[in-house]
Design a protein around this ligand. Structure first.
Ligand code: SER
Length: 632
């Protein structure tokens, strides 16, 4: 059975049972106020429905509806390192039927069984190969004897022996498990409750027979039993990690992973051989790639295509950073670390033919997807080449026979190369030994570095300006913002991040992450700043709550504690009074306490003759450069 057929059957099955079919929400979680929004992306089918599970009425065409069914796009990056094995993926689809204060355990369980086993309407799985778990109880909620009782009845009605009480050492097919396995919640706040999971013995390990708790645990551990569905009985609400009470009405949240179902129905032992990913896998004919490399590329490109379709663009923060990381990891897993545009187009085409019925957006946004991946990939290729060059240089310079945390740290601060990618470079590109405990040592260097950045930020906000009343100091302050942006224009987003700033009436001094600038780069930076001065751009300030300010893309220090309201200085066209929309087109925007000139033309001095000039560019620490510049 194709995955498309599975999806259709699922929606139709519940549609026939009074459920309204709703489209998948975007992968990007809602920022709407009042919605519990624990993650950047929907990591489970229930996430977009949290407010309704908590009691908010779900309205469609003016009517409140209480039964829904959908196939929700999800993205999880918590198991990124496991992607490439048989079961893990970042992107996946979750089929789910929902009762919003309508039916509860009995219908949910009965329908799950019926859909899994019905030949005509469902998947027609052999019910003898089904094993289920229910919650064993803890301080929050009692043992779920109700769910186990319903399972027992259903099996009996279908003439399937379900044995004895497995919690007493007898053989059976219903197992009581602790909260770790059978309690569901999306974070510390929100609806939650005990659940019942269904497993299918796809490899026929138990020949449909009764098994002991030990057998079950062993088979689950070895993935011999595949979890195909989870029925969550939403009954409680958690606040700050504690159950604080019962929900106004109990609800049902179910989740059946489409990838897993496809695997089960198509008789393959891994999700990459299902019709969801096989067409992409088949495009990769390069013999030097391992299966794991191919799977990572297939998974990451699929996730990237869906993220871009849902409006995410690569950047250095939050959602954009995840996308950037996925695209980069895909490239790192190619044999020559090179991006192949025609290969990418072929992958996107394969994804479109697999998904065009369920997600027509993917086809509609094909050009955007290809363009975004291409632009990002080309940027990364450059970064990687620079990084490899620097990597080799550092290894030779330091006469290192191994990759040390220190080298990894320099590559991170200078090129934004995450440790995991450096490690991949060290193992794939240039096989070299890796220092013991490199991760711990790297983390330690990072926290020292963050402490330094904070000190830098404080210095910038408090002591960075010698005398804020001196008009020359104010000019240099604005020039510093132009320089900061110009460095990013020339060096890319990866490097050129501010590490410190010190301004007197005679010069500006600016420390940033990077490696030695070439003469040509210095010249380009100077030219850009002088162009912006000549363009006579207005400089304005806008004050807004921190949470909104963070979304504007204005530069600021990561990990820095800002107050609840921050001011952003931006250089560029402004409305009167300046508005948030102006920030989209501004040349430079930074969280900053000021003061600044009101127009960049003031930087050219009283007679309009001064030019911005870099006097010195030098190293101050590993991976940190310092520029001294003047207006003269
Ligand atoms: N929320 C549950 C899960 O993700 C069921 O949908 O498994």
């Amino acid at each position: 059975m194709t995955s498309s057929e599975i999806r259709t059957r699922f929606l139709r099955f519940f549609d026939k049972r009074g459920h309204t079919v709703i489209p998948s929400a975007s992968l990007v979680t809602s920022d709407e106020k009042g919605i519990t929004n624990p993650t950047l992306f929907n990591t489970a089918g229930m996430q977009p429905l949290i407010p309704y599970l908590l009691g908010k009425p779900y309205e469609k065409d003016g009517k409140v509806i209480t039964r829904l069914v959908d196939s929700q796009k999800c993205l999880r990056t918590t198991d990124l390192d496991d992607v490439g094995d048989k079961r893990h993926a970042t992107f996946f689809e979750m089929l789910g039927n929902w009762s919003l204060g309508d039916y509860f355990k009995r219908e949910a369980i009965e329908w799950s069984f019926e859909f899994l086993t019905s030949q005509t309407e469902g998947l027609g799985l052999d019910p003898h190969k089904l094993y289920v778990t229910v919650f064993e109880g803890d301080l929050n909620a009692p043992r779920d004897d109700e769910a186990s009782g319903i399972w027992r009845e259903i099996f009996k009605k279908n003439n399937i022996d379900c044995g004895g009480d497995t919690s007493k050492g007898e053989k059976g097919r219903i197992f009581f498990m602790p909260a770790k396995n059978n309690w569901w919640e999306a974070g510390d706040n929100g609806p939650c409750g005990p659940d019942s999971e269904m497993f299918f013995d796809a490899i026929d390990r138990f020949k449909g027979g009764l098994i002991s708790l030990e057998d079950y645990i062993d088979a689950e551990d070895k993935s011999d039993l595949v979890e195909v569905w989870n029925d969550v009985f939403m009954q409680y609400e958690k606040k700050d990690g504690k159950v604080v009470g019962k929900l106004p009405k109990p609800s049902v949240d179910t989740g059946a992973g489409l990838e897993r179902l496809a695997m089960t129905m198509q008789g393959v032992d891994n999700i990459y051989d299902t019709d969801l990913l096989k067409p992409v896998m088949d495009l990769m004919s390069d013999d030097s790639l391992t299966v794991k490399n191919k799977r990572i590329i297939a998974d990451h490109l699929r996730a990237s295509a869906f993220l871009i379709t849902d409006g995410v663009t690569p950047s250095n923060t939050d959602r954009g950073y995840i996308l950037r990381r996925l695209i980069r990891r895909a490239i790192v897993n190619t044999s020559d670390k090179k991006f192949d545009k025609s290969g990418t187009i072929a992958v996107v085409d394969a994804l479109i033919s697999t998904y065009k019925d369920a997600y027509p957006d993917l086809e509609a946004k094909k050009d955007l997807v290809v363009e975004t991946i291409t632009t990002e990939a080309v940027k990364f290729e450059k970064t990687i080449n620079d990084a490899i060059h620097e990597f080799n240089k550092l290894i030779n310079e330091q006469d290192a026979h191994q990759l040390t945390a220190n080298i990894a740290f320099i590559l991170f601060t200078s090129f934004g190369l995450p440790l995991e990618i450096t490690l991949e470079l060290a193992t794939i590109k240039k096989p070299i030994a890796v220092e013991d405990n490199i991760s711990e040592k790297f983390t330690k260097l990072m926290s020292e570095h963050q402490a330094l950045s904070r000190a830098g930020a404080e210095q910038k906000f408090k002591g960075g300006l010698a005398d804020a009343n001196d008009p020359m100091v104010v000019r240099y302050h604005t020039a510093t913002h132009l320089l900061h942006q110009a460095l990013h224009d020339v060096l890319g987003e990866e490097i050129g991040n501010q590490k410190g700033s010190n301004i007197t009436a005679d010069r500006l001094r600016f420390d940033f992450t990077g490696i030695k600038l070439t003469e040509e780069q210095k010249k380009r930076v100077e030219d850009i700043v002088n162009d912006k001065i000549a363009a006579a751009l207005p400089v304005n300030k806008i004050v807004m709550p921190l949470s909104e300010a963070e979304k504007t893309g204005a530069r600021h220090f990561f990990g820095e504690k800002y107050s609840d309201n921050v001011s952003i200085y931006f250089i560029g066209k402004a409305s009167n009074p300046p508005a948030v929309e102006d920030l989209a087109t501004a040349y430079s925007k930074e969280f900053c306490g000021g003061p600044h000139v009101s127009n960049t033309k003031e930087l050219s001095g009283p007679e309009g003759k001064w030019r911005f000039k870099i006097q010195k560019e030098e190293a101050v620490a590993q991976g940190v450069r310092r520029i001294k510049a003047v207006l003269a």
